[in-house]
Design a protein around this ligand. Structure first.
Ligand SMILES: [Zn+2]
Length: 698
């Protein structure tokens, strides 16, 4: 591992964060250097601090510690990410015989200089009890590879000698802070502390000294691991197909099995979304003879359990022809073992805790790779990042010895930490949280607005369109407003059955399956019947009728495989109850769409799938999204109504009862209404047209 320190960068930070003072500016700089390397720090797995003085309103100089606050990542931290605290007071806390975590957090918060600052790290007291000016802490892969073995302590002592102090495993909090301070006092000249099965602390009088020592200590570990490497993994499993193909087959079935039944009739499932990974390193691991033995060991460091649970679920011998049965058995066994672990720990420890759900977050399968799950894509990605490192470190340990994790009682203490338990039930999920939606024709005026409304309601969206360029623009806009995890774009031609199947496969690989399907891609053509060319009629039918059929057919397959219900919401048209002259192809094709929806409602009700129709009239466009359909047929439609094209939008507005301008967002709101199961409704059509009397049902 190389030091990334550069004098010119350091100077630039001192200049940029001048207002915070040189020490904090350099603290920001080296914290980012550490945070930038995932082999050191991942998703909140490290923290840093600097000591100095704080001048209060009365002009007193108070000795202070500035320590990483929660909610900030080291790779992008700024001075406000280091809340300042009264150091002298914190040091006196060491005299207490005990301090529980809730009171510790209270003590930290009430001794901050800025009441609005973020919560200081739970390892703040550890930083405060050590005398050094700069302190850097990471959960470096190489250090964990050294300590997570039965002989970890002797390996560490032999390798580092007097350079470091060795701290046995103690859960983070007041007790660990005291133990670390004692270890240091026994040998005050050490450059750092290795915390067995936890990580590394380094310290120094300057930001650079502490950082450089950190890198040097990790490098020593890396070199030892390299020197001691004696064996690799033994290839064993021969996959019958590409991992991507197998993933598309397995993911929706698995996703269905991992959905938690809520007992609520309108929202019967709590679903999770997938992050699938199958790098060579991951496939080598899951396909190896040592896979089962290594996978069924605990995490690298206990704070990972919150993201990954203590064990992954594995299917050691997948038979892809009977995979549904195998997965069912594996999930049942996993849940049974998890509940036994919970019951056993609460009984042994004599504590009361709120039981967390018993579903795995990491599923490992030979041939397929790693399937990680979370309530959101971001959560799933964090679990995957952590487990990728877990695979790397376990492989590394195997090369020179045996892997050993902490006993499950220690893992339980972190998974069921009272501070984590206090967060439960605090947030109210959005109506479509954990759900995945496919929208076709997503780059158009209606499609893009439907995507946006679904994202706002909490869904993960796969935006599909035939026009790659417009799709990319739509996806960029959605990402700007809602973040990059909110959507993925997939180019798809709905007239091509294979292209539609590929869309659903891609959706399965991206998110694990699908819950809400919105067939929306459509074209129009305006001609009197005697002038309507057969190929134009066929083209419109191909997209609007056959296209809807392809999408609904594929949706039915995936929704059934998942077994957790779902919604299909067909974008129909006011033209079905009230057709327009010189609009035969469009009106006929939309009528086919409505009728397909009704038949699907009949067939899929027993699977818990609801199929409804939203029937808008004349959506011209929202903001940047002009309707491609209207650009194409607008002039002809204007002619059919005997008016100028420029008057067309006004014409449609004036013909409805509410004089409403119908927008894509109106259609999106109707889609979200159906997708949220707010009423027990299927086979219905909801007009979004401002009220058209001659389209009233008859
Ligand atoms: Zn830590």
């Amino acid at each position: 591992m190389k030091s990334l320190w550069k004098d010119e960068d350091a100077r630039e930070y001192v200049e940029r964060f001048k207002a915070a003072g040189e020490d904090v500016a350099l603290r920001v700089y080296t914290s980012r250097l550490i945070g930038r390397d995932p082999a050191l720090v991942m998703h909140g797995g490290g923290n840093t601090s600097v000591k100095g003085t704080f001048r209060n309103l009365l002009g007193d100089a108070v000795s202070a510690i500035f320590v990483k606050g929660s909610g900030w990542n080291l790779d992008s931290i700024e001075p406000p990410g280091f809340p300042g605290l009264d150091l002298e007071y914190l040091k006196r806390l060491r005299n207490l015989p005990a301090l529980d975590d809730t009171e510790m957090v209270n003590q930290l918060r009430t001794h901050m200089f800025d009441a609005a600052g973020p919560n200081p790290s739970v390892e703040t007291l550890l930083h405060a009890f050590l005398p050094h000016k700069f302190i850097d802490h990471s959960h470096a892969d190489a250090i964990l590879a050294l300590t997570n073995r039965p002989d970890g302590e002797s390996v560490v002592r032999e390798l580092y000698g007097d350079r470091i102090g060795v701290v046995p495993y103690v859960m983070p909090g007041f007790d660990l802070a005291k133990v670390c301070a004692e270890v240091l006092e026994n040998n005050p000249r050490v450059e750092g502390l290795v915390l067995l099965k936890h990580g590394l602390f380094s310290f120094g009088e300057s930001a650079r000294q502490s950082y450089d020592r950190h890198i040097a200590l990790v490098t020593t570990a890396e070199q030892w691991l390299e020197r001691e490497r004696k064996r690799g993994l033994t290839p064993r499993f021969d996959a019958p197909a590409e991992a991507a193909t197998l993933c598309a087959r397995v993911a929706p079935v698995l996703r269905g099995l991992l959905a938690e039944a809520t007992g609520e009739p309108d929202q019967p499932w709590r679903r999770m979304v997938l992050e699938w990974r199958a790098s060579d390193e991951i496939l080598d691991f899951v396909n190896a003879a040592e896979f089962e033995k290594l996978a069924l060991t605990g995490p690298l460091t206990p704070d990972h359990v919150i993201r990954t649970k203590s064990l992954p679920m594995i299917v050691a011998e997948p038979d892809f022809d009977n995979i549904a049965e195998q997965l069912q058995e594996a999930v049942t066994a996993y849940r049974r073992i998890y509940n036994a672990y919970f019951d056993d720990c609460v009984r042994r420890k004599g504590v009361q805790r709120i039981r967390l759900d018993d579903y795995p977050r990491v599923v490992l399968m030979p041939g397929v790779g790693m399937l990680c799950w979370g309530a959101t894509k971001k959560d799933a990605r964090i679990a995957a990042d952590i487990y990728e490192h877990t695979i790397r470190v376990k492989t590394l340990v195997h090369a020179s010895g045996e892997y050993e994790a902490l006993p499950e009682g220690d893992l339980f203490d972190v998974e069921y930490w009272p501070l984590e338990q206090a967060k439960l039930g605090k947030s109210r999920p959005k109506p479509l949280a954990g759900q995945v939606a496919i929208v076709t024709g997503a780059a158009g005026a209606i499609g893009s607005a439907v995507c946006e409304c679904l994202i706002e309601a909490g869904a993960q969206v796969v935006a599909a369109d035939i026009n790659a360029e417009r799709l990319a623009e739509t996806c960029d806009e959605l990402a700007q407003r809602h973040g990059k995890d909110s959507r993925r774009g997939v180019v798809c031609d709905v007239t091509d059955e294979a292209s539609v199947a590929a869309l659903f496969d891609e959706c399965a690989r991206l998110y694990g399956g699908v819950d809400v399907v919105v067939p929306n891609a459509g074209v129009a053509h305006s001609r009197p019947l005697d002038e309507l060319e057969p190929e134009d009629f066929k083209r419109v039918m191909d997209v609007n009728a056959t296209g809807y059929f392809h999408v609904m057919r594929q949706a039915a397959k995936v929704l059934r495989a998942q077994g957790t219900g779902g919604n299909i919401i067909v974008i129909g048209s006011k033209n079905v109850p009230a057709p327009g002259a010189e609009f035969a192809a469009y009106s006929a094709s939309k009528a086919a769409g409505h009728q397909l929806a009704r038949v699907a409602a009949l067939e899929l009700a027993k699977d818990g799938v609801r199929v409804n129709i939203v029937a808008p009239d004349a959506v011209f466009g929202d903001g940047g999204h002009a309707s491609g359909l209207w650009a194409e047929v607008g002039p002809d439609r204007a002619k059919a109504h005997g008016i100028d094209f420029a008057q067309l939008e006004e014409h449609y507005r004036n013909r409805n009862l509410l004089r409403a301008r119908v927008t894509g967002r109106h259609v999106g709101n109707a889609v979200v209404f159906f997708a949220s199961n707010r009423t027990p409704t299927t086979g219905a059509s909801l007009p979004v047209d401002g009220g058209i009397a001659n389209a009233f049902p008859r």
